[in-house]
Design a protein around this ligand. Structure first.
Ligand SMILES: Cc1cc2nc3c(=O)[nH]c(=O)nc-3n(C[C@H](O)[C@H](O)[C@H](O)COP(=O)(O)OP(=O)(O)OC[C@H]3O[C@@H](n4cnc5c(N)ncnc54)[C@H](O)[C@@H]3O)c2cc1C
Length: 487
C-alpha cells in the first residue's frame, strides 16, 4: 500500500522488527583506564603550551561556519576522546568522550534500543560541540536542548585543572556556564548523558499549510498536547518552501512499517516532504534524514541532478564531505571568482539558526521572506527542560520557541556591504525577543553581545576557571567586528 505511495527508486521494502530487548551494562574497565591515561596526557600537553600561545582543538571535523585560518594556534590532540565508554541500558545513560560524534554514539545506543534524547542532524557533530556550541532537533519540543540531558561532565579548564562538573556540586557554575561557551572556559573530555527508549520505526506525517500563522498555530497545539489527530507525536519539525507553502512534519515511533523509504540513494528526503503525506523510516534513517543532503544544501554541488547523484559515491553523500568542499571553496574564493567573471552580483553568506518565540514566529518569517528571501527554511520547535535559564543562552523556561534555520547566500546590491543581511537578521531577532546561535558569523557590537549573552555571568565563570585568559573570550572567538567591503 505505502510502497505504491512511495513510487520513487527509494529502495522501499516491507519491514517489521521485534522491539529491541535491553542488554547488560556495556561497561569496559579498560576503556575507563585508557580514558584516565589520556586525560593525564592531555593535561600535561596543555601545561606545556607556552603562556600567551593561542590554543585550538585539533579535530578532524567541525560544523562551525566561521572560516578562519588556524594561524599559529597550538592544536591540542584530542583524538583519544572520540569514543563511547559505556552504555548503561538499565539506568538509560551513556558515558561518552567529549569528541565523540553523534554518529558513533547513536550506533552504540541504538544497539540497546536507546537514543540520546536530542540528536543534532549532522553526523559529525560531537557531544562536546553540541553542548559547548548548542544543538537542536525535532525532539527538542519535549527534551529541550542536548546539554539538558547531561548529568555530569569532565572538563579540562582554561587554567589547566580537570574537574567533574555537576548541577549539584562545587563546580555547578561551570556546569551551567559551559553551554554556549564555545570552548572558551575549557574543553569537555567526558560526559554522562541520559538516554530515551526508541521503537524500530518512525511514521512521518507531512502536513501542508498555506499560511505561516496556521502552521505555527498547529505546531503549538501539537507541542502542547503531544498528539495530533489522536496519535502521539514524538518528533516535530517543519519546512518552509515559500510564503504559502509550509509543512509540519510529525514523527511517531511505531513497531511496524508497511514499507520504509531510503533517502541515502537516489531519492531525496526534503523533496519527499512535498510529495507524500505519509512515510516511514527506520529510526536510524530518521535521525540522519537531513545529513545525506545537508538538509537541501547538497544541491549547490549538483546532487539534485540524477546524473550527478548517480556518479557521486554514496559514502560521500554526507554533511562533513560537503562542509569540506565549502571550506575549500572559501579558501580559494572559487565561487566568488566565477561569479565575478560572469558579471553576477556579490553574494553574502547567510548561514544562521535563530530562536524566536512561537507567538512571534509568523512575524519573523514575514520579515524574512520580504528582506532576505532564502528558501527552503527549516523550523524546529523547542522548550527548555530546565526551570531556570542557562546563563549564556538565556531562553525563557516554559516558553515555546521556534528555531529557524537558513543556510544560503543573498545577492548584495550596490552600496550594501558584506554583513548587511546578517545584521538585519540580528536586529529582527532581538526586536522580537529571540536569540541567535553563535556557530556562524556574528556582527553584534561588544556592548550588544554581552547584553544578549550575559556578560556578567560569563565574566564570573571565566575568572574562576580561566583566570589568566589562556583561552580566548567568547566575544573575540565568535564575533567578526565591523562591516567590511568584499574584495
Ligand atoms: C549549516 C549548519 C546547520 C546546523 N544545523 C544544526 C542543527 O540543525 N542542529 C544542531 O544541533 N546544530 C546545528 N548546527 C550547529 C552545530 O551543532 C554547532 O556548530 C556545534 O557546535 C558543532 O559541533 P562540532 O562537534 O562539529 O564542534 P566544532 O565545530 O568542532 O566546534 C564548535 C565549537 O565548540 C567548541 N567545542 C567543540 N568540542 C568541544 C568540547 N569537547 N568542549 C568544549 N568546547 C568544544 C569548539 O572550540 C568550537 O568553538 C548547524 C551548523 C551548521 C553549519
Amino acid at each position: 500500500m505505502y510502497g505504491a505511495i512511495v513510487g520513487e527508486p527509494s529502495g522501499a521494502s516491507s519491514a517489521s522488527t521485534p522491539a529491541p530487548t535491553p542488554a547488560p551494562v556495556a561497561l569496559d574497565r579498560d576503556a575507563y583506564a585508557a580514558h584516565a591515561r589520556s586525560v593525564q596526557a592531555l593535561r600535561a600537553a596543555y601545561a606545556a603550551v607556552p603562556a600567551g600561545q593561542g590554543i585550538r582543538l585539533a579535530k578532524r571535523t567541525s560544523n562551525l561556519f566561521r572560516f578562519r585560518p588556524a594561524g599559529d594556534a597550538w592544536g591540542l590532540d584530542v583524538s583519544a576522546f572520540d569514543r563511547v565508554l559505556a552504555v548503561n541500558p538499565g539506568e538509560r545513560t551513556a558515558d561518552v568522550g567529549g569528541m565523540t560524534t553523534y554518529e558513533s554514539l547513536v550506533d552504540a545506543t541504538l544497539a540497546h534500543g536507546l537514543m540520546p534524547s536530542v540528536v543534532p542532524q549532522l553526523k559529525t557533530i560531537t557531544l562536546g560541540g553540541a553542548v559547548a556550541g548548542l544543538g537542536i532537533e525535532s525532539s527538542s519540543f519535549r527534551h529541550g536542548l542536548p546539554h539538558e540531558s547531561v548529568l555530569e561532565m569532565e572538563v579540562l579548564t582554561g587554567d589547566g585543572r580537570v574537574v567533574v562538573a555537576r548541577p549539584d556540586n562545587d563546580d555547578t557554575a561551570l556546569f551551567h556556564g559551559i553551554p554556549n561557551s564555545y570552548g572558551t572556559l575549557g574543553y569537555i573530555l567526558r560526559l554522562t548523558i541520559g538516554l530515551v527508549p526508541v521503537r524500530p520505526y518512525v511514521r512521518l506525517r507531512h502536513l501542508r499549510f498555506a499560511a505561516a500563522d496556521e502552521c505555527f498555530a498547529a505546531m503549538e497545539a501539537v507541542c502542547t498536547g503531544g498528539t495530533y489527530d489522536g496519535e502521539p507525536v514524538d518528533f516535530v519539525d517543519g519546512t518552509v518552501f515559500g510564503r504559502d507553502e509550509l509543512y509540519l512534519t510529525l514523527g511517531t515511533f511505531v513497531d511496524q512499517a508497511p514499507a520504509v523509504s531510503d533517502y541515502t540513494g537516489m531519492a531525496i528526503y526534503y523533496r519527499s516532504i512535498r510529495e507524500r503525506p505519509v512515510d516511514h523510516l527506520t529510526v536510524r534513517d530518521y535521525l540522519w534524514r537531513w545529513d545525506t543532503d545537508w538538509f537541501w544544501c547538497s544541491r549547490a554541488f549538483g546532487l539534485g541532478h540524477p546524473l550527478v547523484r548517480r556518479l557521486w559515491p554514496r559514502r560521500y553523500r554526507r554533511s562533513d564531505v560537503y562542509r569540506r568542499l565549502v571550506a575549500l571553496d572559501r579558501r580559494l574564493s572559487l565561487s566568488a571568482r566565477i561569479a565575478r567573471l560572469r558579471g553576477l552580483p556579490r553574494e553574502e553568506a547567510v548561514i544562521q539558526d535563530v530562536e524566536v518565540p512561537m507567538a512571534r514566529a509568523a512575524k519573523f518569517l514575514d520579515f524574512f521572506h520580504r528582506d532576505i528571501g532564502i528558501s527552503p527554511v527549516w523550523l524546529c520547535p523547542l522548550r527548555l527542560r530546565a526551570s531556570r535559564p542557562w546563563p549564556l543562552y538565556p531562553l525563557e523556561p516554559a516558553e515555546l520557541y521556534v528555531n529557524v534555520g537558513f543556510w544560503s547566500s543573498v545577492p548584495l546590491h550596490s552600496g550594501q556591504l558584506d554583513g548587511f543581511h546578517n545584521r538585519l537578521i540580528e536586529d529582527a531577532v532581538i526586536a522580537i525577543g529571540g536569540h541567535k546561535s553563535l556557530y556562524s558569523t556574528v556582527y553584534f557590537s561588544a556592548e550588544e553581545f554581552w547584553r544578549h549573552y550575559n556578560g556578567d555571568a560569563y565574566g564570573e565563570v571565566k575568572r574562576t576557571y580561566d583566570r589568566d585568559g589562556r583561552l580566548p573570550d567568547l566575544y573575540h572567538k565568535c564575533v567578526r567586528t565591523g562591516l567590511t567591503e568584499l574584495t
